[in-house]
Design a protein around this ligand. Structure first.
Ligand code: P6P
Length: 280
């Protein structure tokens, strides 16, 4: 596992440079979920694949930017699902973006996940590794990731990150969100899943929601590359992750690019979601 985390840290330094100095224009390609790919999406995907190709324990990679799984090492033990540059459309307005990795063994369901890693490319580059616990690392001036601290969520937080177009929210979802704001929570939402969740983790907690909407009944966020890894992080940090009714990590994707409504947060906020959603 250490060699995989090392490969991610090398890829992160290369992607950081690509973000700072490469062309942020669109390619002529779209990914499996229909997003037009930025040249940077494709470049980041190739960087990560190249670094994993040097790690014998990585058997197969599955990328948000690839239609199918790709075999790297026949004798490898792990499957790595990743989103190479989540929120990449935010780069041209100079907002933080990230890379998300789920490391799986024997399958691609939530229960097959054994480690999750994400990298935030912001004013500083930080990496969070969730294994038995959740650890924050920061890139130093020598290009090395230095351990900063363990991340633990409070039982109750103060931030409310509300995803998806409000026009498409169910009335009961809007009621839940309005009640949370009425309790004094502050809106913190950039449209980048990685920095938005990183902020909740580092500021002690709250709720991030990306619900089912009238135009996307299964939500927008991808199970294998985005939702499962962050569900693993939030649970290891002492919080929770659900689809409104069930633990995210109990879900099984129907295909590699499957999506699910998702809620990540401190235990108090997750309970509020479960109570409201249980009525519908
Ligand atoms: P919306 C970025 O495109 C992304 O996939 C996630 O990073 C982010 O949480 C979400 O979409 C934002 O979607 O519909 O709220 O703009």
């Amino acid at each position: 596992m250490q060699e995989i985390i090392q490969a991610i840290s090398v890829a992160a330094v290369r992607i950081k440079k690509a973000i700072e100095f490469s062309d942020t224009g669109y390619s002529e390609h779209t990914n499996k979920t229909g997003d037009t790919q930025l040249k940077l999406d494709i470049a980041s995907d190739l960087i990560i694949e190249e670094e994993f190709s040097k790690v014998p324990s990585v058997k197969t990679v599955i990328s948000e930017e690839k239609d199918e799984a790709k075999l790297l090492h026949e004798e490898g033990r792990y499957i790595v699902g990743y989103d190479p540059l989540d929120g990449s459309s935010l780069i041209d307005v100079n907002l933080a973006v990230g890379s998300i990795f789920g490391i799986y063994e024997n399958g691609m369901s939530g229960s097959d996940l054994i480690c999750a890693v994400y990298v935030v490319y912001g004013p500083r580059v930080e990496m969070v590794v969730a294994w038995s616990k959740v650890t924050l690392y920061r890139l130093n001036e020598s290009g090395k990731f230095i351990k900063i601290k363990e991340i633990k969520l409070n039982e109750k937080g103060k931030l409310n990150a509300t995803g998806a177009t409000q026009k498409g929210w169910a009335a009961y979802h809007k009621k839940l969100i309005d009640e949370i704001f009425a309790d004094g929570y502050r809106l913190r939402y950039s449209g980048g899943m990685v920095p938005d969740l990183h902020q909740i983790l580092l500021k002690g907690g709250g709720l991030f929601s990306y619900p089912s909407t009238t135009d996307a009944l299964k939500g927008k966020l991808r199970m294998v590359f985005e939702v499962f890894p962050f569900a693993f992080v939030f649970e290891k940090a002492g919080g929770g992750a659900i689809d409104g009714k069930r633990r995210i990590l109990e879900l099984k994707p129907s295909h590699l690019h499957d999506t699910t409504p998702c809620f990540f947060g401190s235990n108090e906020e997750i309970k509020r979601v479960l109570n409201e959603y249980a009525k519908h």
